[in-house]
Design a protein around this ligand. Structure first.
Ligand code: HEC
Ligand code: HEC
Length: 193
């Protein structure tokens, strides 16, 4: 996975991913706006698939199931505030590993995005999703390269393709998703209409 990402970043920046911050705006796009916007439509299909959207809801309650029903037991950011952590039930691996069919799925640092930057995916148009990802004020300061790194490597993103139980997986495989995301990044974050 790391090799894939450095490769992606080499094509994007011609320097290996290192600690020096790269601002996307200083990198000349190597992909046309048209191709970038088309790639983003694929990216958006993944972001709005149940495995991603359920943790990126409108409001404070995570969602469950492919239908996106509100999480049972009144779990929300408020239950977090009163001390019921997600990790009370969500372990670092899916409950299947413990022989509990249909139990809580699990991955390291299971949780919702912070209230200040909730990264809502639920119900947004692709254009609105794209604008959100382009706005560092909404991504905790991450630029496009930082986002590419996140979708390539983050444990919660990877969980989407190994969700346990009989949960469905996103419409693109992970490698294709990362490639489409990279194409979008290399267009300078071009947005669809
Ligand atoms: C268990 C909940 C959970 C799931 C499932 C989940 N996310 Fe997230 N997502 C988060 C959290 C929490 C953050 C905030 C950053 C962090 O703490 O890692 C986040 C942030 C992000 C960001 C912004 C980058 C950042 O660092 O803020 C993107 C892009 C993203 N997620 C994409 C996805 C995609 C794609 C999927 C599905 C394949 C997905 N997420 C599934 C919880 C989740
Ligand atoms: C009291 C136990 C408990 C707590 C606390 C809890 N969950 Fe869950 N959660 C579950 C169980 C059980 C399931 C499995 C039900 C299912 O398949 O939808 C689940 C499923 C989910 C799913 C559905 C995953 C998917 O796409 O199928 C998400 C998202 C989720 N939880 C997020 C959270 C977050 C975020 C927190 C903390 C704010 C949290 N949960 C706290 C028990 C809990």
């Amino acid at each position: 996975m790391r090799a894939l990402v450095s490769l992606a970043l080499v094509t994007a920046t011609s320097s290996a991913y290192a600690n020096e911050p790269t601002t996307t705006s200083s990198i000349a796009p190597t992909v046309s706006a048209e191709d970038g916007a088309a790639a983003f439509l694929d990216v958006a299909r993944v972001l709005q698939s149940p495995r991603c959207k359920n943790c990126h809801p409108v409001g404070d309650r995570p969602l469950q199931k492919d239908e996106g029903v509100p999480h049972a037991m009144n779990v929300s950011r408020k239950s977090l505030e009163v001390g019921m952590k997600c990790s009370t039930c969500h372990m670092e691996t899916n409950a299947d590993a413990m022989g509990i069919v249909g139990g809580p799925p699990g991955a390291p640092h299971w949780g919702l995005p912070p209230k200040e930057t909730p990264m809502v995916f639920e119900g947004l148009t692709p254009a609105a999703l794209c604008a959100q990802l382009n706005d560092p004020a909404q991504t905790r300061g991450k630029d496009l390269q930082g986002l590419l790194h996140h979708v390539a490597e983050d444990a919660l993103v990877l969980w989407g393709w190994a969700p346990g139980g009989n949960r469905t997986v996103p419409p693109l495989d992970h490698a294709t998703f990362v490639k489409r995301f990279e194409t979008w990044v290399n267009s300078g974050g071009a947005c669809p209409e």
